[in-house]
Every structure is written in C-alpha cells, then in structure tokens.
Design a protein around this ligand. Structure first.
Ligand code: M1P
Length: 252
C-alpha cells in the first residue's frame, strides 16, 4: 500500500474531528469535503478522533474509510490505512475485568448521587480503547447537550467526577480527558492521540501536520499538538482549519 500517486507522499496531515473538521458532534460541510479532496491529491491525509468509528461515520460520511488515507478512531485504538484495518489493543484487556468492575461501580454510584437537571440514557459507553462517561447520558439531544455544557461550565460536574476518580483510583494508570460537550474519556495513560502515531512510524513521513481545536493544556489534542513528531496547528473552528490549509497548501 503506497502513497506514490500524491504530489508530496512524504507529508501527512492529521485532523481532529469535532471543532476542527466539523462543528461539535455535527456533520462535515460540503466546502470542507471538497477542500480535503483537493488536499488528498497533494499529501496523505487522516483524522484522529476520540469518538468511536460509528460516530465518525455519522459526522464525516458513510464513505469515511475511503475518503481518508488514515482513519483513527478512539485516538488510534481502532485504525485503518487505505480502508484496511490495522492491529489494535483493547481497554478491557489492558485493565482487566476486576478493576473495570470497581471503576464502573464507583462511577454509577457517584452519578446517581449528584443533582443535575436532566438525565438521559447511556452514562458509560464501552469502547474498544477507552470508556466514555457522560453525567447527562449519551442519548441527549443537541439542545440537551448544549444545556448540559452550559450547566457544567458553572457547576463543574465533569471536573469534580474526574477529581474523584483520580483520588480513588490512583494506581490504575488511567488518564481522564474532557474533549467534548457532555462527557469525558477514560483510557490508559499514553493512549491519548499520540497513540495513533505508532501506526505511521514505519512510513517515514518527513512532515506530520496536526490540526486540533483543543490544543491547550488539558484539552484532548494537547499531547499530539505538542509532540515533537508533529507540526501542530491550533484552530478555533472548521472555517479556521480551511483558512490555514489554503495558506499552507495553496488550495485556492
Ligand atoms: O471528539 C471529542 C469528543 O467527542 C465526544 O464528546 P461529547 O459527546 O462529550 O461531545 C465523545 O465522542 C468523546 O469521546 C470525544 O473525545
């Protein structure tokens, strides 16, 4: 599998999804799709998101595995190159059922004790490379998401739960990352977005660009943005991503 048809096969451009390629949890625009198509003829492109693949399919389109050279879901714990799946590890194998049970019992107990205005379904989503914890529940509608996000800015529900988990599970080797509106991700320390870089190591790319909107300390793009293997671009919206792509890769 090679990238020799590209103008510059030695450059890889990786994108975060929410807030970088699409508005948070919403779908990709026609303008962004066309921009990426143009970019893909020049360089190798991929995305790296915290969400699982099914959500990225909803956001980036049903053909996502063919539209990007690399698709990295769950920070690269689920990985595809040119539509073919690459080998990956799993959260549950790494942590073990016993510790996982303790963690889940603690979270569910904690969530049942706090006061929040509404609750919907799916408070813990079990994924291949992580779990995702949402006090309001992943079944919240777009309006309910926005409402929870505003409520959380005042009451710090997620931050407090993360503090409690850090305190109670010190020896579990876990990292907690608040990357979206209503939830946070829990994964083994080191399994942040830099995890995906091991899948491209053998390709010997000369330049690896990364675009992300949560590149500040504590954001879920921080580690890969700061990583010496990447050239980081902090953006504040999909429109900003397009602007920088136009300048860097002369796409106009
Ligand atoms: O990609 C950022 C985050 O997007 C979602 O977060 P939320 O539902 O809270 O907006 C989740 O898929 C999360 O795992 C991911 O990190």
């Amino acid at each position: 599998m090679s990238f020799s048809s590209k103008e510059d096969p030695s450059t890889l451009v990786l994108f975060d999804v929410d807030g970088t390629l699409t508005p948070a949890r919403l779908t990709i625009s026609e303008e962004m799709k066309q921009k990426l198509e143009k970019l893909r003829s020049k360089v190798v492109i991929g995305f790296v998101g915290g969400s699982d693949l099914s959500k990225q399919v909803e956001q980036l389109g049903p053909n996502v595995l063919n539209d990007f050279d690399y698709c990295f879901s769950e920070n690269g714990l689920t990985a595809y190159k040119l539509g073919k799946q690459l080998a990956s590890q799993s959260f549950i194998n790494w942590l073990g059922e016993d510790k996982y049970n303790k963690l889940v019992k603690f979270i569910l107990r904690y969530l049942s004790d706090i006061d929040i205005p509404i609750r919907r379904g799916t408070f813990i989503e079990f994924r291949n490379g992580m779990i995702n914890v949402s006090p309001v529940g992943r079944n919240a509608s777009t309006q309910e998401r926005n409402d929870f996000e505003a409520f959380d800015k005042i009451h710090h529900i997620r931050e407090k739960l993360v503090d409690a988990l850090r305190e109670n599970f010190k020896d579990f080797g876990l990292t907690y990352s608040i990357g979206g509106q209503i939830s946070f991700d829990v994964f083994p320390t080191g399994w942040d977005k830099t995890y995906c870089l091991q899948h491209v190591e053998s390709e010997g790319f000369k330049n690896i660009h990364f675009f992300g909107d949560k590149s500040y300390k504590g954001g879920n793009d921080y580690e890969i943005y700061e990583d010496p293997r990447t050239i980081g671009h902090a953006v504040n919206s999909p429109a900003d991503t397009i602007k920088i792509l136009n300048e860097l890769f002369k796409l106009n």
